[in-house]
Design a protein around this ligand. Sequence first.
Ligand code: ZN
Length: 179
Amino acid sequence: MEKVDADLAEAERVKGCRYCAGKLHRANYKRKPRGVESWPDAPRRDSFCCDQEGCRRRHTPPSVRFLGRRVYGGVVAVLLPAMVHGLKPDRVRHLREALGLAIDRRTLERWRQWWLGAFVGSSFWKAGRARFLPPLCSQTLPLSLCLGFAVEERRDRLLALLKFLAPITTPDAWQELVR
Ligand SMILES: [Zn+2]
């Protein structure tokens, strides 16, 4: 996932500043995922700043590791709510332990509500859902999305799912998803 993010970041960097003729310089930031009490090795999100005085605007490329400006871990935000919906509490506990995350039930429920509300209503999903045949059930997201990508069958399918979601992870796109 780090390698995919590095590729997405490089594609953003070479385009240069969106607002002027400036070049982009690296200015990564590190944020703890919301709802996660401790994550000592929280990864840094790739980000760039324009090098022109008077512009200096920040550019944050799409990511397969982060979901949104508040920086939920992509895997966590997709898999945990899916398991809450479709799988036994044991599985949720095991995943939390494997990831070393302290996420409470309320946070998981809030994430699930985000999938069923803001995500389902987003222009991204209205256009993106067309690629799935048979159509995915929007009431069992994100479980139906995981099943649609067959993430339990092949590990690399999870990466394909996160790449599918990557366009919504830039701060601009994310604004629509946090109303
Ligand atoms: Zn600029």
